[in-house]
Design a protein. Structure first.
Length: 203
């Protein structure tokens, strides 16, 4: 197996997504504000351009018979085209199931309601009291002609983003006591892991 990141062991296995999100907001507020301003400017620019172009088109259609003859049919056709949900995309809802194998392993099963599926195998190797090396194996039964490096690069980017957020979290050790943090619906895996640690005396 190939090491993918070096993080705190308790961070990898116990941190909840809501905790990561809260820490990300607090520690990266200036960066988020900068991108928020850029996004807001793009939204306002899009609204402004759409308003100007729409108003200009409406005026042109109102005052020019030639414009009406040429543009009106195209506008009518463009608005009349139906948008269908492709049959093959009706099963695109992803179903994810996690299996915890204490103390250092988690397996993620991903499917889309048909035969296609993926499996992620995550294992942590402790190297000191507060750090570990994380390993990841990925298997899938579709898109087999795609080169391995495509998936590797994608996962390297994702893990790199998560690592920066997780390792900047304070306190460094995530509490196992569920009452010490607010947990949301998507924290089920982290909550289950913490409960399992407590039940087996590993906390």
């Amino acid at each position: 197996m190939r090491p993918i990141a070096c993080m705190s062991l308790k961070h990898i296995m116990a941190v909840g997504r809501s905790a990561i999100f809260s820490n990300c907001l607090a520690s990266h507020a200036p960066l988020l504000a900068m991108h928020a301003r850029t996004t807001l400017a793009e939204i306002l620019l899009g609204i402004g351009l759409g308003t100007v172009i729409g108003a200009a088109t409406a005026i042109l259609l109102a005052v020019s018979g030639i414009a009406r003859r040429w543009l009106m049919p195209m506008l009518v056709v463009s608005q009349a085209l139906p948008v269908f949900a492709a049959e093959e995309r009706k099963e695109d809802t992803r179903h994810t199931r996690y299996a915890l194998h204490l103390p250092y392993t988690i397996v993620e099963h991903i499917g889309w309601g048909a035969d296609d599926g993926m499996l992620y195998f995550f294992a942590s190797q402790p190297v000191s009291e507060g750090r570990c090396i994380g390993y990841c194996l990925i298997a899938r039964n579709y898109n087999r002609d795609q080169p391995d490096h495509v998936m590797q690069e994608f996962e390297r980017v994702i893990f790199g983003q998560d690592q920066r957020v997780v390792e900047s979290q304070r306190p460094a050790e995530v509490p196992v006591d569920l009452a010490q943090e607010l947990h949301l619906t998507f924290d089920k895996v982290a909550v289950a892991y913490r409960r399992a640690l407590a039940e087996h005396g590993l906390a």
